[in-house]
Design a protein around this ligand. Structure first.
Ligand SMILES: Cc1cc2nc3c(=O)[nH]c(=O)nc-3n(C[C@H](O)[C@H](O)[C@H](O)COP(=O)(O)OP(=O)(O)OC[C@H]3O[C@@H](n4cnc5c(N)ncnc54)[C@H](O)[C@@H]3O)c2cc1C
Length: 374
C-alpha cells in the first residue's frame, strides 16, 4: 500500500510528491493528461518572492518583469516601475515537467494518462478508482486536481464559492514591449485583460470574465491586430476557470485538498502558483506528521486548514472584497480612479512603500482606500 495517493500533477501535486518522496514516503501521482504540463492554461507570471522561497524554477524562467503599463478605459496610463525584478515569466509546461521529474528522481511513481474517477474513504485507508477501472490504495490522499474538480464534492467538502473564466491565446508580435494590463469593462467585464511578452516575438494575450470570455478575447485580439501590435487576430484560445473563494473545508480524515482545487488563489489577479505552493508546503507538514505518527484523525488534518488560513486567509478575504468593489465600478469611475491615482501620485507612494507587493495585496488595498477616501 502507498503512503500517499496524489491526484493531479500540477505544481501543487508534484511539489507534495517531491517533498514526501524525499522524506522516504511511498507516493503515487495520478495525472489525467498523457503529457505533464499540457495543455498550458496559465500565463506563468510568478513573483520574485516565490522564486526565493521555492528554489524549483531552474531552467524554466523565460523573462523578468520589473515594470507594467496599466490602462484605463479611456487609455489613461499608469506605469509601475521598480528597479528590482518584481516577477518572472515562467514556462509553465517546462516547470510542471521539471517538478514532476524532481519528484520521480526521489522515487515518486507517476501514472500519466490516468484519470481518477472516484475516491472512497475507508476506515483504515483511502481508495481511488481510475477511468480504466483500476484501483489503488494508500494511507492518505491529496486532491491537487485543479479547478472544477468534482472530487472535493464527492468527499462532502462542497465547491469553491465563486469563480471566473480565464481565456488566453499565444500570439506573434513584432519586437519587444512591456507587460500591459487593461482595466476596461468593455474589454474584460468586471476583471482585466493582459498582454505579456514572453520570448522574442511571442506574447500571451488573455482576460478573465464571467461572461463570454472567448468573444471578449477575440475582440481584444482584433483590436491589437488593427493597432499593428500582433501579427494576426487568429489564435487558438484556451479556457480555464479560476476559483475566487476557497472551499469552506479543505480536509477530512486522511485527505487534504490543495491549490486550485481548494480555491487557494489570489482573487485580485487570479494567480495561484505561489499560494498553491505555500499551501502544498503546509499540506506536506501535516501529511508527514500523520505518516510519522500513524495518526490519520480529522483533528490532525484540521491543522492544515488552520495553517493555510493563518498564512493566506486574510489576503483571500480582503482580495475578494476588493474584487467585488472593482466589479461594481463603471468605466467612468475606473477612469476617475486612474486620474486620481496619477494626479495625487498614489502609485508613486505605493511603489516606494513595502506595502505594494506582487503577492500580498491586502495592505496596499487598505492603503489605497485610505488615499482615495475624502
Ligand atoms: C488564463 C490563466 C492564466 C493564469 N496565469 C497565472 C499566472 O500568471 N500566475 C499564476 O500564479 N497563476 C496563474 N493562473 C492560475 C494557475 O494556473 C493555477 O493557480 C495553478 O495552475 C494551480 O496549480 P494546481 O497544481 O493547484 O492545479 P493545476 O495546475 O490545474 O493542476 C491540476 C492537475 O490535475 C490534473 N487532474 C485534474 N483532474 C484529475 C483527475 N480526476 N485525475 C487525474 N488528474 C487530474 C490536471 O490535468 C492537472 O494537470 C492562471 C490561470 C489561468 C486560467
Amino acid at each position: 500500500m502507498y503512503d500517499t495517493i496524489i491526484v493531479g500533477a500540477g505544481p501543487t501535486g508534484s511539489y507534495i510528491a517531491h517533498r514526501l518522496a524525499s522524506l522516504g514516503h511511498k507516493v503515487v501521482v495520478f495525472e489525467e493528461h498523457e503529457r505533464i504540463g499540457e495543455p498550458v492554461q496559465c500565463t506563468g507570471i510568478v513573483g520574485a518572492e516565490c522564486l526565493e522561497h521555492f528554489p524549483l524554477f531552474d531552467g524554466t524562467v523565460l523573462g523578468e518583469v520589473s515594470s507594467a503599463r496599466l490602462f484605463s478605459p479611456s487609455r489613461k496610463e499608469i506605469r509601475l516601475w521598480r528597479e528590482s525584478v518584481q516577477a518572472y515569466i515562467v514556462d509553465r509546461a517546462a516547470f510542471d515537467r521539471s517538478l514532476a521529474e524532481k519528484a520521480q528522481e526521489q522515487g515518486a511513481h507517476y501514472l500519466p494518462g490516468s484519470r481518477v474517477k472516484d475516491i472512497a474513504l475507508l476506515n483504515d485507508r483511502v481508495m481511488v478508482e481510475t477511468d480504466g477501472q483500476e484501483t489503488c490504495e494508500a494511507k492518505t490522499a491529496v486532491i491537487a486536481s485543479g479547478f472544477d474538480s468534482r472530487i472535493p464534492q464527492k468527499l462532502g467538502l462542497g465547491r469553491v464559492g465563486d469563480l471566473v473564466i480565464g481565456a488566453q491565446a499565444e500570439v506573434s508580435i513584432d519586437g519587444h514591449s512591456e507587460l500591459e494590463v487593461y482595466f476596461d469593462h468593455g474589454v474584460a467585464p468586471g476583471f482585466f485583460a493582459w498582454f505579456v511578452p514572453t520570448v522574442p516575438k511571442r506574447a500571451l494575450v488573455g482576460l478573465f470574465s464571467r461572461r463570454k470570455p472567448g468573444r471578449h478575447l477575440r475582440m481584444l485580439l482584433a483590436t491589437l491586430f488593427q493597432q499593428g501590435r500582433i501579427a494576426s487576430p487568429e489564435a487558438k484560445i484556451t479556457y480555464r476557470g479560476i476559483p475566487l473563494k476557497p472551499l469552506p473545508k479543505t480536509y477530512r480524515e486522511r485527505v487534504i485538498v490543495v491549490g486550485d482545487a481548494a480555491g487557494q488563489v489570489k482573487p485580485t489577479t487570479g494567480g495561484g502558483v505561489y499560494y498553491g505552493l505555500l499551501c502544498a508546503e503546509m499540506a506536506t507538514d501535516t501529511l508527514q506528521q500523520a505518516l510519522a505518527t500513524d495518526t490519520f484523525s480529522e483533528k490532525l488534518f484540521s491543522g492544515y486548514q488552520e495553517a493555510w488560513q493563518e498564512k493566506i486567509g486574510w489576503e483571500l478575504r480582503i482580495g475578494y472584497f476588493a474584487r467585488c468593489l472593482y466589479e461594481r465600478l463603471t468605466d467612468r469611475q475606473i477612469d476617475y480612479l486612474f486620474h486620481l491615482t496619477a494626479s495625487k501620485g498614489i502609485h508613486e507612494s505605493l511603489l516606494q512603500s513595502p506595502d505594494l507587493s506582487f503577492d500580498w495585496h491586502g495592505k496596499a488595498i487598505l492603503k489605497g482606500l485610505k488615499y482615495l477616501g475624502p
